[in-house]
Structures are given as structure tokens and as C-alpha cells.
Design a protein around this ligand. Structure first.
Ligand code: GLP
Length: 256
């Protein structure tokens, strides 16, 4: 696990976008696993800029998003489909039918979960999965719990997640209480993982993420056993890490 400390949000975003641009340039039909939240917005903006400069081409790329709120149609401004279209897909030359976000309104939600994992497998699996991290350590919507799910599933959101995400809604009552999310197995099957975090509010969870211990109550800690993980954080998110160098080799650096 490689931890890169960027000076600020802009540098974190650029470093992440560079990794994706280089990957897509080396494999034009890359399958990307994508995330929502405020953290990756700068990375999407930088990728849009690279597309406009013609230094990357998304025409053969396929994407699978981590999660979606249960009950929100893709036309709802707080749905993750809407977020992805507006912050990324509408501004690049990706083919819309190659972009996948789980449906939060499928009549048979269990079948939707099964077919989402099947579609990922049929595309040949995810080459690179982008992750943010919740303040409570969630990835996608895999919330802290005694047990975690392997596959895409429906989950109830924790109260602290509902509170954190209420900033995007008019009131806390409007925040959906459940979501569809890729499971930990789906995330771990990606050939490469790129986790981003920025700002002082993420410092505590980042120090718990890279401490060499795995705990299902910090779902993100499981990625420490993945063979190809890059964590890019800004200095504020890195403020509680012991060694303040540009690159930290974590306990599982054997895996690189
Ligand atoms: C949401 C998403 C996560 C995301 C997290 C952090 O709950 N389901 O995928 O990582 O928020 O969001 P932010 O980047 O806004 O801190």
C-alpha cells in the first residue's frame, strides 16, 4: 500500500487524475470503478480538462459506480447517477451506455444487485476502483459493522452517514436511509484501488486506515490486504500520520 501525501486538494486531484489518464492511455477500454462525494470532484474536473486538451480519450472506457441511494431516480439532483452525469460523464466522450450506476428504484432490487455484479464480470472486471472514505470509515456504502457483505447489496445507512450527507439535501428527513452498494468483495476484486481523502475532518480516519490492522468497524481498513493500493491524501488529511514524508510505506508494502 502506497500512501502519497499531496500538498493540497488541487495536487491530490491532479495526482489521481494523472493515474487515471495514464491508465486509459495504456488501455483504452479500461473499466473504471467510480465514486461520488465531494472528494473526487477535483479529479473529475482535471480529467475533463485532460479530455478537452485531447490528452485522454474515453470513447472505449466503461465505468461502474460504487453505490446509489435507494428510492432516488437518476433524475433526482442528489442521486449518484445525476452527480456522475453532471460532474463527469456529460463533459467527456464516454458512451452513456457504458456508464453504470446501480439503480435505486429497481422493482426487484435483489435482481438488480445480482445483475450489477454480473455486468462487472462480463466487462472483464474493474481495472481501477476510485474510493473516497466516509468519516466513519465506510467505502461505497459499506458501513461499519460486525460483518461485511461480499457482493452488491442493499444496506441501511448509519446515522452519522445520514448526518454527514444531509449537507447535500434540504433537510435531514430527505436523506434516504438505505442504499445499494457494491460489496467489499466487489471492491477488492478491482485490479487496482485508488483511495482519496482531503481535509482535517478525514485525518482521524486516515490514521486508522493505514495502521496495519484490519477491523470490520473500519471497512476501509480491509484494503490494506489488497495487492495494488494507492492512497492519495492532502497534508490536512495526513496530519495525524506519524511519518510526514511524501511517500509512506505501510506495513503491507510487500504487496506492491
Ligand atoms: C458518501 C459515498 C462514499 C464517499 C463518502 C465520502 O457516503 N457513498 O462513496 O466516499 O460519501 O464523501 P466525501 O468525499 O464528500 O467526504
Amino acid at each position: 500500500m502506497k500512501v502519497i501525501i499531496a500538498k493540497n486538494y488541487a495536487e491530490m486531484s491532479k495526482a489521481a487524475a494523472d493515474i487515471i489518464r495514464d491508465l486509459v492511455n495504456s488501455k483504452p477500454n479500461t473499466v473504471l470503478g467510480l465514486a461520488t462525494g465531494s472528494t473526487p470532484i477535483g479529479m473529475y474536473k482535471q480529467l475533463i480538462e485532460y479530455y478537452r486538451e485531447k490528452s485522454v480519450d474515453f470513447s472505449q472506457v466503461a465505468t461502474f459506480n460504487l453505490d446509489e441511494y435507494l428510492g432516488l431516480p437518476g433524475t433526482h439532483p442528489q442521486s449518484y447517477r445525476y452527480f456522475m452525469d453532471n460532474n463527469f460523464f456529460n463533459h467527456i466522450n464516454i458512451k452513456k451506455h457504458n456508464t453504470h450506476v446501480p439503480s435505486g428504484i429497481a422493482q426487484d432490487i435483489e435482481a438488480e444487485c445480482l445483475s450489477y455484479d454480473k455486468a462487472i464480470a462480463e466487462e472483464g472486471g474493474i481495472d481501477l476502483q476510485v474510493l473516497g472514505i466516509g468519516n466513519n470509515g465506510h467505502i461505497g456504502f459499506n458501513e461499519p459493522s460486525d460483518t461485511l457483505h461480499v457482493n452488491t447489496h442493499v444496506t441501511r445507512l448509519k446515522q452519522d452517514t445520514i448526518m454527514a450527507n444531509s449537507r447535500f439535501f434540504n433537510s435531514i428527513e430527505e436523506v434516504p436511509t438505505s442504499a445499494v452498494t457494491m460489496g467489499i468483495g466487489g471492491i477488492m476484486k478491482a485490479r487496482q484501488i485508488l483511495l482519496l481523502a482531503s481535509g482535517p475532518a478525514k485525518a482521524e480516519i486516515i490514521s486508522k486506515l493505514v495502521n496495519g490492522k484490519i477491523n470490520t468497524h473500519i471497512p476501509a481498513s480491509l484494503i490494506q490486504v489488497h495487492p495494488n493500493v494507492t492512497v492519495i491524501i492532502d497534508e490536512e488529511a495526513a496530519s495525524l500520520l506519524l511519518k510526514k514524508t511524501n511517500q509512506i510505506d505501510c506495513p503491507l508494502s510487500w504487496a506492491e
